[in-house]
Design a protein. Sequence first.
Lengths: 165, 110
Amino acid sequence: MKRLLPQPGLSLLLIVMWLLLTNSLNLGQLLLGGLLGVAIPLLCRRFLLEVPPVRKPAKLVSFALLVLYDIVIANVHVARLVLGRRDRLRPAFVEVPIEIRDEFVLAVLSSVLSLTPGTVSAGLSPDHSRLLLHVLDLEDADDLVAQVKTRYEAPLLEIFECSPT
Amino acid sequence: MNIWIEIAVSALLLLGCSFALIGAIGLYRLPDFFTRLHGPTKATTLGVGSLIVASMLFFAGSEHRLSLHELLLAIFLFITAPVSAHMLARAALQQKVRLVERTRGQPREE
């Protein structure tokens, strides 16, 4: 079973995605989706990241809602900056020390940071201990680092079972 | 179709288009490569998001069925936009693309 389905969660996700893509729920599509759900993880298992178990599902939902809300806020914020005066922008690079060690969770964190508060993740130090962010309009670097750590990193560490070092 | 649904759909379409346009304007107006990355990763996600909600509302209102495959668009966009932005930013850092002079905290030379 473990050999045939290395990641049952991913397989389930693929089936759901297939059903959404075809927008139907008949037996044929369900079987085809099931086939894809088994085949794709098997074919890609060499470069799939190990997904750590979710420890607090309720927290995951509230984190997702927080991120959605922040995406809306960030969009309005960036829209105002884009339409505002160009010479008032204060672009900057900021390095954020990262406690997350798990590669998958780190990928989630940097994606969330790119989608949310006026930052784009631009690089990772070779030892994965610092994440380089480009900020469109930076007020205070320490504030930003603190915000990233408390608002996004801490919940992620709590949700996924991975020990901070 | 209910008039209120029509109004909501139109408002969402207009909102989505405006944000997509703002993202494009950002790509044109912002001063350097890295600041330009912010337009497509942010403003367009909300733009496409509004269009997706509008489409779901429209099909729910006109054909009385739940249309969910728009959600896939949102998922794919939310996965691909940050990844591509990250790759572009890394490539630009290695190429030492010109930055606006007032950019603070320039990354150290490696």
